[in-house]
Design a protein around this ligand. Sequence first.
Ligand code: HPA
Length: 248
Amino acid sequence: MNVLGIIGGTGIDQLQGLQLADSHQLDTPYGEPSRAVQEGRLGDQRIFFLQRHGSPRAIPPHLINYRANLWALQSLGVTDVVAINAVGGISASMRPGRLVIPDQLIDYTWGREHTFDTGADGSLMHIDFTHPYDPALRDALLEVARQEQLPHHGRGVHGVMQGPRLETAAEIRRMERDGCDLVGMTGMPEASLSRELGMAYASVCMVVNAAAGLDDKPLTLDMMRETLHSESAVVRRLLLALAASGRY
Ligand code: HPA
């Protein structure tokens, strides 16, 4: 049986519509997750929810304990992780307000604890990461997005930067040449850690601003929050429909 776990990002502090049943304060071999994992019902389905930036404390992207977060979800029985990411748009079509279900990523992060592999058990862990997002889970998301008629892009390359600062205009031009459509800070190592633990992982990206240097507006958190607010309502509809899709 598949069990859905949702990792909320900026703008998704609480999962509205989640009927809270329990809260799991876990300790893991890697330390504590960002906060207690909430368990509850979304529609008729039992799901788990974890806010990766913590609450009320705001943990910046480079200090999130990604290993503890993924370990905690897996130990609760989660098989499918849907990650919500606020991102900047690089490609012309990925403008603020768009929802994107990416199919590829490029990892530009550094210095994060990015693997469970310590080499201690004598075997090497080289996961296949050709397709970083689980194709079946992505298909399930695309199917419900179509059914619910939620405007979205079904593909995109998510470039994951270290942060917490935003990028320079030249960094964004380089990312564009690399083939990135989106830029965010939290997509890695979440995706590869999920794969190491054998959980399916897919991402729903909310474009909240045009990436640095692409329009003449200064990048402010207030501007991003405004877009986030309207987009998170659409993301909630998508998650509700996914939970009810029969996969769980
Ligand atoms: N860059 C990196 N991360 C982001 C951005 C951005 O422009 N917008 C939201 N998260």
